[in-house]
Design a protein. Structure first.
Length: 293
């Protein structure tokens, strides 16, 4: 997540710095104060700009690109291709995908969100909480098993995040806002640890398969990804949790041919068979509406 200073935020928004301070005082701009300095998450500024956008009467927003953004998943990539939906993928992490979806740039976004306490249903909560998602439908794709990817034989004998910290295993990270990174932060929070307590590897890995490659190449000792990624890479897997992996889309787009072809495919036996082959998926409610306006 990129953070702007007040001067950088003013330049990004094309406002005078004094105006930014006025917006802060009026509580009209998203920001946070850290050690006496105001900071502005770029993703929140983008949400703020999108939410305050006005159009001439009768003008319709442009159609979003036929892309499913958000989180990367091998089964999702396969399903989009095999369903002949005509939809492409743009894996860039759950929060980045949601921001692009909210701005109208893509037709759908794949998410697997985690709160620090990781209680409740984070995917549903974020859709319900944001006013700009008032017409958003949340479609179940799968439940996925997430855990630590480790080299064959688990040489560091990793079972928990405590083991990772104590044994100084090198951790391959995902970008800020990625679902796997949110899961890592929730694991650290539960054990009263922080990222500073880990031996992390830079730069962050864009996807789960990139984490697997970092481990296979000897650049990292572990990282969080799905069981399916571990299976495909021939790595050992230490389970952490089962999570919800869902697709957000606007109600108007849900009924259009591309997303109908995709959602319909999720109920076919071929999809369930592929999920079993990859491993670490429960697709028993795939295609079901988990939240609707």
């Amino acid at each position: 997540m990129r953070l702007f200073t007040t001067a950088e935020a003013a330049e990004y928004l094309r406002l005078k710095e004094r105006k930014v301070y006025e917006l802060i005082a009026e509580g009209q701009i998203p920001c946070t104060k850290v050690t006496g300095k105001w900071l502005f998450p770029q993703v929140e500024l983008d949400h703020w700009l999108a939410a305050s956008l006005t159009r001439p009467k009768g003008a319709k927003p442009p159609d979003p690109m036929p892309i499913v953004g958000g989180s990367h998943d091998p089964l999702l990539e396969w399903a989009l291709r095999e369903s002949r939906s005509g939809l492409a993928t743009l894996p860039e992490g759950s929060e980045a995908g949601l921001a692009r979806f909210e701005q109208g740039g893509i037709v759908a976004s794949a998410i697997h969100l985690h709160s620090l306490n990781d209680d409740g249903d984070a995917n549903v909560e974020v859709v319900k909480r944001r006013g700009s998602f008032h017409d958003t439908v949340l479609i179940a794709f799968a439940r996925r098993e997430q855990g630590f990817l480790v080299a064959a034989g688990n040489p560091f004998e990793i079972a928990t995040i405590d083991d990772v910290a104590r044994r100084r295993a090198r951790v391959a990270l995902r970008p800020l806002g990625a679902g796997a990174q949110l899961l890592l932060l929730s694991q650290l929070h539960r054990t009263k640890l922080s990222l500073d307590d880990l031996a992390t590897v830079a730069p962050p890995c864009p996807t789960g398969p990139d984490i697997a490659q970092a481990i296979r190449a000897g650049r990292a000792d572990c990282g969080i990804a799905t069981r399916s990624v571990a299976n495909a890479a021939g790595l050992d897997f230490v389970p952490i949790t089962w999570e919800r992996f869902d697709i957000t889309m606007h109600q108007r787009d849900y009924f259009r041919p591309p997303l109908q072809a995709f959602v319909g495919f999720l109920r076919r036996e071929a999809f369930a068979t592929r999920a079993r082959e990859l491993g670490g998926y429960d697709v028993s409610d795939a295609g079901a509406v988990r939240h609707a306006p």
